[in-house]
Design a protein around this ligand. Structure first.
Ligand code: CA
Length: 383
């Protein structure tokens, strides 16, 4: 038995996700608060880096270069007033970008506080420059407080634009927005940028779950979220995965289904939230996260991606994500929509200020990690 136990231990050790090292890359770039990265589907393999204070730069092919290519600069707009959750937060390229040069940004504005989703175009004669004069505002959403702006935007495999909106902020969802289907806060929205619905500057997908339901904004795709941060479509199943930042106790990872209700602010992950003493109506079903962790492991989740890179082959297929506060990185393994393993693969050394804000892929499918210490990292197996 001893031998068998030893064998099983060895076998599970061999199968476990390996530890990694992180190494700064693009280190000669002047980067400040990187929060998102997107690659236009035009075959150029260019990496567009969203810097929260209001710039999008194109990272140089030579990763040691100090050449700065500014694609978009909205630093003259009132993006950020008090705190670190506001700013330029999202970028998505139109699936047909190669032909129409359209892209989408998500940013916050002040007085009154709100977030905006806009369409813009790149100059026809300069593929490295955004034409700010083409801005077409699609959505403006009130944000009563400085935090929980969320701000991830991305196109789904269905060609529609998905927009994650935080619950409006402060704490404990004071205005009960997340379950309120008359407001956009605390939701994931889905719109069709190629069409127009009535006087809306965008169309509504015909199978949006609340399209014709009274008392519901027809853009809502999922609800009951707090501050979704880190959205990704699974490269094989096309499922939408979204991390949701917790309040006082639990961080969570959700597989988002159409029309799904993820519980906030009645629940924080699978636990009743302190926020409210009232009860949800009996016919409401909350979808539990696929994974949650508590305050011993972190304070603010940053959602990840399903790893497809070659740098650490043993991580392939696993969902790599982290905690903004603790700087820990995990590999989550799932089978048939259920969690099988969750392994710590990186712990931040004491001296490091690593605070992951996004897990993204470069043009080769290798993982890049953006961090609030103004750096970009790549990964390798731990030596
Ligand atoms: Ca939840």
């Amino acid at each position: 038995m001893k031998t068998l136990a030893a064998f099983l231990l060895t076998a599970s050790f061999l199968l476990a996700a390996p530890e990694i090292e992180i190494t700064q890359t693009f280190k000669n770039q002047k980067i400040k608060l990187p929060v998102a990265l997107a690659i236009p589907p035009d075959g150029t393999d260019r990496l567009f880096l969203v810097q929260q204070f209001g710039k999008i730069t194109i990272l140089p092919k030579d990763r040691d270069s100090d050449k700065e290519i500014t694609f978009l600069d909205v630093t003259d707009r009132p993006l950020i007033k008090q705190q670190f959750e506001e700013g330029l937060l999202g970028l998505a390229f139109h699936p047909d970008y190669a032909r129409n040069r359209k892209f989408y940004i998500y940013y916050s504005l002040q007085d009154p506080k709100h977030t905006r989703v806009s369409e813009m175009q790149t100059f026809a004669d300069d593929p490295n420059k955004a034409d700010l004069s083409t801005e077409r505002v699609l959505l403006e959403i009130p944000q009563p407080f400085w935090n929980h702006n969320s701000g991830n935007i991305l196109f789904g495999p269905d060609g529609y634009l998905y927009i994650a909106i935080g619950d409006g902020g402060k704490s404990n969802d004071p205005q009960r927005f997340s379950q309120n289907t008359f407001v956009y806060n605390g939701k994931i929205l889905r719109i069709d940028v190629n069409k127009r619905a009535g006087n809306r500057p965008y169309g509504l997908p015909e199978d949006n779950p609340f399209l014709d339901k009274p008392g519901h904004h027809p853009e809502i795709f999922a609800l009951g979220l707090r501050n979704p941060w880190g959205l990704t479509f699974h490269p094989d199943t096309n499922q939408l995965w979204a991390a949701d930042v917790g309040q006082n106790a639990w961080e969570e990872i959700n597989i988002i289904t159409k029309g799904g209700n993820y519980g906030w602010s009645f629940n924080e992950a699978t636990h009743p939230a302190n926020a409210r003493t009232d009860k949800p109506s009996k016919d409401v079903q909350f979808i539990a996260p696929i994974h949650e962790y508590g305050r011993e492991d972190g304070i603010s989740i940053t959602g990840g991606i399903h790893y497809r890179g070659a740098a650490v082959p043993q991580l392939q297929g696993k969902y790599i994500y982290g905690d903004w506060g603790f700087g820990t990185i995990w590999a989550l393994e799932t089978k048939d929509g259920k969690k099988t393993e969750n392994t710590v693969i990186f712990k931040r050394p004491d001296a490091s200020k690593f605070r992951p804000t996004a897990f993204v892929e470069d043009a080769d499918g290798e993982l890049l990690i953006l961090s609030h210490d103004h750096k970009i990292y790549n990964i390798s197996p731990k030596k």
